[in-house]
Design a protein. Structure first.
Length: 137
């Protein structure tokens, strides 16, 4: 599907090196909702600098009651990302975990004149029972 993939995580030694270019698709999964508050603006800004096409963020909007994560609504996360990127789509999902809810936010580089597409991309969809289906994007 993709020519190559690369990982970047400043908190992990193996992936600490910053990418030297932009990418068609950047994912920021299970990150923005656990980062320390003082770094909340830095994450989408950092993702924006690596994004030539689209970025996909996901974050919990309703963690378990005993979780240390902050329970912010989907519009809070959308607003945070909109400070640095153009939000293309936001979707709230219930990933089959009782009491959990997450937002999936797709964004493009700020000021993009058109929303890029990912031709020939497959999307894996998982329903609440865990059944996966694959379809063309």
């Amino acid at each position: 599907m993709f020519t190559y993939t690369i990982g970047h995580d400043p908190a992990v030694t193996t992936f600490r090196a910053r990418p030297s270019r932009t990418y068609d698709l950047v994912t920021c999964l299970d990150v923005i909702d656990i980062v320390e508050p003082k770094y909340l603006d830095a994450v989408p800004l950092d993702v924006a600098t690596f994004t030539a096409g689209l970025a996909v963020f996901d974050c919990l909007t309703r963690p378990r009651p005993d979780s240390p994560l902050r329970p912010y609504a989907q519009f809070y996360w959308t607003h945070r990302i909109q400070q640095h990127m153009d939000v293309v789509k936001t979707q709230v999902e219930f990933p089959g975990m009782e009491g959990f809810e997450r937002a999936v936010i797709v964004a493009a580089r700020a000021g993009s004149r058109s929303v890029p597409s990912l031709p020939n991309a497959n999307v894996v969809c998982r329903n609440q029972s865990g059944t996966e289906t694959t379809r063309r994007a």
